[in-house]
Design a protein around this ligand. Structure first.
Ligand code: 3PG
Length: 211
């Protein structure tokens, strides 16, 4: 096994849920991360979809020592470098390209590529990535698809994300090849905009107890 196949599992071992957060205002990053940590969800995927994202990762690292912030929506080698430079503890992509996989195999941080089909899975496996994001999970078959992938790929661990919600959590968690479930619903953007940290903390707490 390469280090890229082991490192993501070390991170994922501490959680079964990864909130994907979008930070529009840097000042939201710390209270949001604190609410998630207090609710029992320390591993946080900060989507590189806003200019504030890299600074948000830095602020979380400084002010919320129990948080494990990573970068999400990593699409290019440049994004990966940006994530590593900000101190992200891991990086996740909704997909994979040869250039991104090449950069990730040399990166200083663990990388989780995204796949949606068995053929895409084979491509990342051939580069040594055994922990993958399954995206968009619900549109591409939901828990049934991940269950079916277990027989041909028993050593692969999945992070289903995209359309996931509370309804099918038990089903995901019962699958032996699901490492953790990701999603933006754990910290909805409207609640972040409103600074509704209590609501986010309460949801995190309720969900984390299910894992
Ligand atoms: C992602 O990039 O992982 C998705 O945008 C998250 O999907 P969700 O918003 O449906 O949870």
């Amino acid at each position: 096994m390469t280090s890229q196949s082991e490192l993501p599992l070390t991170i994922l071992a501490s959680t079964r849920f990864i909130p994907l957060i979008t930070i529009e205002r840097v000042e939201d990053a710390v209270p949001l991360a604190q609410a998630l940590v207090d609710g029992g969800l320390p591993v946080i995927e900060v989507a590189l979809r806003t200019p504030a994202a890299p600074q948000a990762i830095r602020e979380i690292l400084k002010a919320v020592p129990d948080a494990v912030p990573g970068a999400g929506n990593v699409l290019t080698p440049h994004d990966l470098a940006l994530a590593a430079h900000a101190g992200a503890r891991f990086a996740i992509s909704p997909a994979a390209t040869p250039a991104l996989l090449e950069a990730a195999s040399r990166a200083s941080i663990p990388f989780i590529p995204g796949i949606a089909t068995p053929t895409e899975l084979m491509a990342v496996l051939s580069r040594g990535f055994h922990v993958v994001k399954f995206f968009p999970a619900m549109a591409f078959g939901g828990p049934e698809a991940v269950r079916a992938l277990h027989a041909p790929f028993p050593h692969v661990r999945f992070l289903p994300t995209g359309g996931t919600g509370e309804a099918e959590l038990d089903e995901w968690l019962s699958l032996p090849n699901v490492a953790a479930v990701g999603g933006s619903w754990l910290a909805p953007l409207e609640e972040v905009r409103a600074g509704n940290w209590d609501s986010i903390r309460a949801r995190a707490s309720k969900v984390s107890q299910r894992g």
